[in-house]
Design a protein around this ligand. Structure first.
Ligand code: NAI
Length: 465
C-alpha cells in the first residue's frame, strides 16, 4: 500500500453532495481531498441521472413537437420529420461531458486533491483508495461519506442491463423499443417513460399504488395523470408486479390478478437505495437503519467520531440539491460550528412535459396535521405568456396558513414549473406570506405572473380570472 497522506477533510464520492462539500471545504481554507471510483466526476446525477435525462427530455420534446405538427400553429411548417437517435445521444453525451469536465475544473480551481479509485473507511481517520495502481491509504481529520444511491430491485426481478434495465441503461438504448414497460410511476418512471414514448415506443407504466407520484400533492398528481393520458402514456395504477421473465428478445411482466404483458424492454423504477457496498462502515462501527441508510444526528455526524454522511446515503428525499445543501452545511459545521439546511423549503421537480414542481406541505399533509389553510389557484390557461408559447396546461397552487397567511406549500404543474417553484421556495425560506408574493411586482408577460395570481387568489382577489 502506498504511503499515507493526510488531509483535513476527505470526501468519499464526487456526486453533487460530495463535490459541493469539497468546494465549500476548500473555500473555508481546509486541506481537502475527494475520492471517486468512476472515471468521470459528478456522480449519478451528472453522469447517468439528472443531466443526461434532461438532455433527452428536451431533445425528445422538440422531436415530438415537430413530428406531431405542434409547430404549425406558430406558422412553422416542417417537412418530413425524422428521428436521428444517434445524434440525440451525441447531444446527451456532450452535455454530460461538459458538466463532468466542469467538476474537474472546479476541483483544480479549488485545489481539491482528487483520488481515483474505490474509497473505503479503514478504521478511525483513515480511507483506503483502491485505484488502478493499487491501494493508497489516506488520513483525514474528518471524513464525509457521500456515496449516494443505487437502483432498488423488486423480488422476482433481476436486472440484466439489456432487456430488464434500470435508469442508467434506459438513457442509452441504441434503438427505440417498440414496447416498453416501466415499473413505477415515480420521478424516473414518468421522465424516462415520457422520453421513449415521445420517440415512438408504446409505453405502459405499471404503478403499485392507486395514484402516480406518491408523496406529491394529490390534486396536482391527478392533473398530471390526465395530461399524460392525453400524451398516450398508458399508466395503469393498482398493479402489483410480481415477476419478469426474459425469453430471447421478449420480456414478460407478470402482475397480481392481471394478464401478463409482453415488452421488448422493461425499466425498473421503483426507487433507489443507499450505496454502501464495501464502504468499510464496520471498521468504525457505523450503523445503518432498516432501509440501509446511514444514521446521522442533526449535524450529519455518524456514530463514528469524525465521520459524517450526507445526501442519498442518509434520510430524506434523494435529490441532488438536497445533497448539495447538506454537503455545504456539513462542512460549515466542521469548520465553523454552525450550518443549516431548511428541509421545509426543498423543492422537488419532475421534468416531464408539463413539469411538476412542489415545495413544502401538500394539502393531504396539512389535513393530516389538522392545519387550517387557505388555497389559491391560478391556471396557466389565463396567463398571457403561456398562451403565447401555446403551453397552457396546468396551474399554480399556493397553500397558506388560514390565520397567519404564511406560505406552507406550493404545487405547480405547467410550463417551466421547476423554475417557477424557485420563487416560492425562496418565499418559504423567508417565511413569507402569500400577501408578500402577491404584492411583489412580477414582470409582464411572464409565466411567473401565474405565481403572483395564485398568491392573490389565496385572498380571493386574482386579477385575471
Ligand atoms: P420514486 O420513489 O420516485 O418512484 C417509485 C414508484 O414505484 C412509486 O410510485 C412506487 O409506488 C412505485 N412502486 C414501488 N413498488 C412497486 C411495484 N412492486 N410495482 C409497481 N410500482 C411500484 O423512485 P424512482 O422514480 O425510481 O426514483 C428514484 C429516486 O431518484 C427518487 O427518490 C427521486 O427523488 C430521484 N430522482 C429524482 C429526479 C428529479 O429530481 N427529477 C429524477 C429521477 C430520480
Amino acid at each position: 500500500m502506498a504511503d499515507e497522506q493526510k488531509h483535513d477533510i476527505v470526501v468519499i464520492g464526487a456526486g453533487p453532495g460530495g463535490y459541493v462539500a469539497a468546494i465549500r471545504a476548500a473555500q473555508l481554507g481546509l486541506d481537502t481531498a475527494i475520492v471517486e471510483k468512476e472515471s468521470a466526476l459528478g456522480g449519478t446525477c451528472l453522469r447517468v441521472g439528472c443531466i443526461p435525462s434532461k438532455a433527452l427530455l428536451e431533445a425528445s420534446e422538440r422531436y415530438v413537437q415537430a413530428k406531431k405538427g405542434d409547430l404549425k400553429r406558430f406558422g412553422v411548417k416542417v417537412g418530413e420529420v425524422e428521428l436521428d437517435l444517434k445524434a440525440m445521444m451525441r447531444h446527451k453525451k456532450s452535455v454530460v461531458d461538459a458538466n463532468t469536465k466542469g467538476v474537474d475544473y472546479l476541483m483544480k480551481k479549488n485545489n481539491v486533491t482528487v483520488y481515483r479509485g474505490h474509497g473505503r473507511l479503514d478504521g478511525p481517520g483513515a480511507v483506503v483508495v483502491a485505484g488502478a495502481d493499487g491501494e493508497t491509504r489516506v488520513g483525514a481529520n474528518h471524513i464525509i461519506l457521500a456515496t449516494g444511491s443505487e437502483v432498488a430491485s423488486l423480488p422476482g426481478i433481476e436486472l440484466d442491463g439489456d432487456r430488464v434495465v434500470g435508469s442508467t441503461e434506459a438513457l442509452d438504448f441504441t434503438e427505440v423499443p417498440e414496447r416498453l414497460v416501466v415499473i413505477g410511476a415515480g420521478y424516473i418512471g414518468l421522465e424516462m417513460g415520457s422520453v421513449w414514448s415521445r420517440l415512438g415506443s408504446k409505453v405502459i407504466v405499471l404503478e403499485y399504488l392507486d395514484r402516480i407520484l406518491p408523496g406529491m400533492d394529490a390534486e396536482t398528481a391527478k392533473k398530471a395523470h390526465r395530461i399524460f393520458k392525453k400524451q398516450k402514456l398508458d399508466i395503469r395504477t393498482g398493479v402489483k408486479v410480481t415477476g419478469v421473465t426474459v425469453d430471447g428478445d421478449t420480456v414478460t411482466v407478470e402482475s397480481e390478478g392481471k394478464d401478463p404483458i409482453e415488452a421488448d424492454r422493461v425499466l425498473l423504477a421503483v426507487g433507489r437505495k443507499p450505496y454502501t457496498e464495501n464502504l468499510g462502515l464496520d471498521t468504525v462501527g457505523i450503523e445503518t437503519d432498516a432501509r440501509g441508510r446511514v444514521t446521522t444526528d442533526g449535524h450529519f455526524r455518524t456514530s463514528a467520531e469524525g465521520v459524517y454522511a450526507i445526501g442519498d446515503l442518509i434520510a430524506g428525499p434523494m435529490l441532488a440539491h438536497k445533497a448539495e445543501e447538506e454537503g455545504v452545511a456539513c462542512v460549515e459545521w466542521i469548520a465553523n460550528g454552525w450550518g443549516h439546511v431548511d428541509y421545509d423549503s426543498i423543492p422537488g421537480v419532475v421534468y416531464t412535459h408539463p413539469e411538476i414542481a412542489s415545495v413544502g406541505k401538500t394539502e393531504e399533509q396539512l389535513k393530516d396535521d389538522g392545519v387550517d389553510y387557505k388555497k389559491g389557484v391560478f391556471p396557466f390557461s389565463a396567463n398571457g405568456r403561456a398562451r403565447a408559447i401555446a403551453d397552457t396546461d396546468g396551474q399554480v397552487k399556493i397553500l397558506a396558513d388560514a390565520e397567519t397567511d404564511r406560505i406552507l406549500g406550493a404545487h405547480v404543474i405547467g410550463p417551466r414549473a421547476g423554475d417557477l417553484v424557485a420563487e416560492l421556495a425562496v418565499a418559504m425560506a423567508f417565511s413569507a406570506s402569500s400577501e408578500d408574493v402577491a404584492r411583489a411586482s412580477h414582470a409582464h408577460p411572464t409565466l411567473a405572473e401565474a405565481v403572483k395570481e395564485a398568491a392573490l387568489a389565496v385572498d380571493a382577489r386574482p386579477l385575471h380570472i
